[in-house]
Design a protein around this ligand. Structure first.
Ligand code: F6R
Length: 619
């Protein structure tokens, strides 16, 4: 949940940056820092913990200047400590950087740079970027060019702001992929940069949002925008409306759309602080399970409702694969009415975005009564579910406002993956080498989701073709069967189209009777061990004149001959494929609902948090 703020103009930079960071406090952080150019030199101040700690450091050792950058950090590589807090400087103290994202190839870069004589003073992946800039600056003495070259070397999704005492009138900002936004704010003779609008709203409502692979060179007079390859880009200046709801939606029409597009970043935030990529370690100490306890678990239940229950069905695959505990998934509303076989060697996990869903809470109470160890994956901090649990893993997805759940679904999948790794390790099933591979898969995930969000699949055209249909079938197999259920739920709840999710192998046992030229079938056929079977299912649907929208892996050209439409997603490790595959289904549902003129953020009969049993929202 890193926050970024930058300023260049006639005023003192420090208070503007600190105030901006305070407005991002809600995103959470474990350390903070800023850098200001004072008398031609870069001055850095950093501390762990709350911003008040940084303010104390600044009171004891003030910095004055008209250009600066500040950052709040959630640790990914390296513990939270002043040394690892941003900003990070190069060997000569001439270049300084703040960064949001995960440098996937940081180990090899660090080795290369150390070999060339660069001295690292932190354990962070971010520091590799500033040394790369230093290296290229030695060759071209142009900061913008050096940043460009450095960014081309790093893998993953990133937002960065760089400042140099050699060019003390400018900030260079860039966005690569979707690890977080970069907003450039236009003032009167002053300019701002931030990761999120609230940081600078007090000063300006005129903003430009960088897209993937775009850069901005920001001086007090204005900003120039280019692509990462140096092509000039003309950007539209967006005027943020005064009313707070529209302001919170930013450039998006609906909260649901915003939340779908936030997912690369929310997933990064979910991972942040829980994985030591260098050591190949997952840190979930907050759930307080000892190795002996973990080894003694005989079975596990996951209880949840709606979208969270579909997340749980995916979790069953992940946890059984990595931690080898038999997992049963139950709806919160069913669990307590069937006298479940729970005892003190049972682990019960509740998943709830709101942490207030009454059926899930009742299932948790039942589990507690029967003596189970009780964990929860929850988005809302301090909610009832969190308070009831022996241990909580927060989703760290940020507030979800759209009634239809999107980013909480993907965050809870990532949390279950982390839990499975943690339990697998405690149970002695995952050795160090395997753990390293598994956490590396996770490191690449935000970027894969970012690719899906930034690709050219034309959901609006698909929506235009299909929005009048009244029925849809969604098919998947294995770990992607729950994704089919979730895709169908998204469509039905926001567009009011009847949609059903099915395990593809069940088609021949009944549902295939529904197929004719009026039935669109969304088939999840990405490359995995059941791929051939999904293709054969698509052929059977086509043989009965059904319409097929296939979700396939990039490079799978053969499927284009079999399906009516193909939505491509990048290749993804199988256990994480639901996180990537659900995104196009969310987008498809969203664009169909918009085309039907539905109230996407507040669908009829539904409430964001269901705190009563047996009733929906009041009409
Ligand atoms: C669907 C949706 C609901 C919720 C369900 C559980 O988009 O949002 O199905 O997932 O009501 O809510 P939480 O996760 O808050 O317990």
């Amino acid at each position: 949940m890193c926050g970024i703020v930058g300023y260049v103009g006639p005023r003192e930079a420090t208070p503007i940056i600190v105030e901006g960071l305070k407005r991002l406090e809600y995103r959470g952080y474990d350390s903070a820092g800023l850098a200001v150019i004072q008398d031609g030199r870069i001055e850095v101040r950093r501390d762990v913990g709350k911003l008040t700690n940084l303010e104390k450091v600044l009171a004891e050792s003030p910095v004055h200047g008209n250009i600066g950058i500040g950052h709040t950090r959630w640790a990914t590589h390296g513990a939270p400590c002043p040394r690892n807090a941003h900003p990070h400087v190069d060997c000569r103290g001439e270049v300084v950087i703040i960064h949001n994202g995960i440098v996937e190839n940081f180990l090899s870069l660090r080795k290369e740079l150390t070999g060339e004589g660069h001295r690292f003073t932190s354990e962070t992946d971010t520091e590799t970027i500033v040394h790369l800039v230093e290296k290229y600056l030695a060759e071209s003495s142009d900061l913008e060019e050096a940043v460009r070259r450095a960014l081309k070397r790093i893998k993953g999704a990133h937002a960065v702001v760089v400042m140099s005492s050699r060019e003390p009138d400018r900030l260079v900002a860039a966005r690569l992929g979707n690890a977080g936004g970069v907003v450039v704010g236009f003032g009167e003779g002053e300019m701002f940069v931030a990761s999120d609008m609230p940081a600078i709203l007090e000063h300006t409502r005129e903003m430009v949002f960088l897209e993937d692979r775009q850069m901005a060179v920001v001086t007090r007079e204005g900003a120039e925008f280019t692509t990462l390859d140096g092509q000039p880009v003309v950007k539209e200046v967006y005027t943020v409306p005064w009313d707070p709801v529209s302001a919170a939606k930013g450039e998006y029409k609906h909260f649901m759309q915003k939340e779908i597009y936030e997912q690369a970043r929310s997933i990064t935030d979910t991972i942040r602080g829980r994985v030591d990529f260098e050591a190949g370690r997952v840190c979930l100490d907050e759930i307080y399970i000892t190795p002996d306890e973990a080894k003694a678990f005989e079975r596990m239940f996951i209880v949840a409702c709606g979208t969270s229950a579909y997340a749980a069905l995916v979790g069953k695959f992940i946890i059984e694969a990595l931690a080898r505990i038999p997992v049963e998934v139950d709806y919160g509303s069913e669990f307590r009415y069937r006298d479940p076989l729970v005892n003190e060697r049972t682990l019960v996990l509740a998943i709830s975005q709101s942490g207030e869903t009454v059926d899930t809470l009742a299932a948790m109470e039942e589990a507690r009564r029967k003596g189970a160890k009780l964990l929860s994956i929850v988005n809302v901090i301090g909610s009832q579910a969190a308070r009831m649990s022996d241990g909580v893993i927060y989703m760290q997805a940020g507030p979800e406002i759209g009634v239809a759940s999107t980013k909480a679904f993907t965050a809870s999948l990532v949390d279950q993956y982390l839990l499975a790794l943690h339990l697998g390790k405690l149970r002695g099933l995952i050795d160090a080498a395997r753990m390293k591979e598994l956490v590396e898969d996770l490191a690449g995930l935000p970027n894969l989701v970012g690719q899906v969000l930034g690709d050219s699949n034309n959901y609006e055209a698909l929506a235009a073709e299909y929005f009048k249909r009244e029925n849809f079938l969604y098919l998947g197999r294995g770990i992607n069967y729950p994704v089919a259920l979730e895709g169908a739920l998204k469509l039905k709840e926001i567009s009011y189209i009847h949609a059903e999710g099915y395990p593809a192998g069940e088609m021949k046992h009944g549902p295939i009777a529904l197929i004719d030229e009026n039935m669109p079938v969304v088939a999840i056929a990405t490359r995995d061990r059941v791929y051939e079977k999904m293709v054969s299912q698509i052929e059977q649907v086509k043989a009965r004149d059904g319409l097929v929208i296939a979700l396939a892996t990039e490079g799978d050209d053969a499927i284009a001959d079999k399906a009516d439409h193909v939505i491509y997603v990048p290749p993804t490790p199988p256990l994480l494929s639901p996180v990537v595959n659900v995104v196009p289904l969310q987008l498809l549902a969203y664009f169909i609902a918009v085309r039907r003129g539905c109230d996407v953020d507040q669908p009829r009969n539904l409430a964001k948090s269901v705190t009563v049993e047996g009733r929906g929202a009041p009409p």
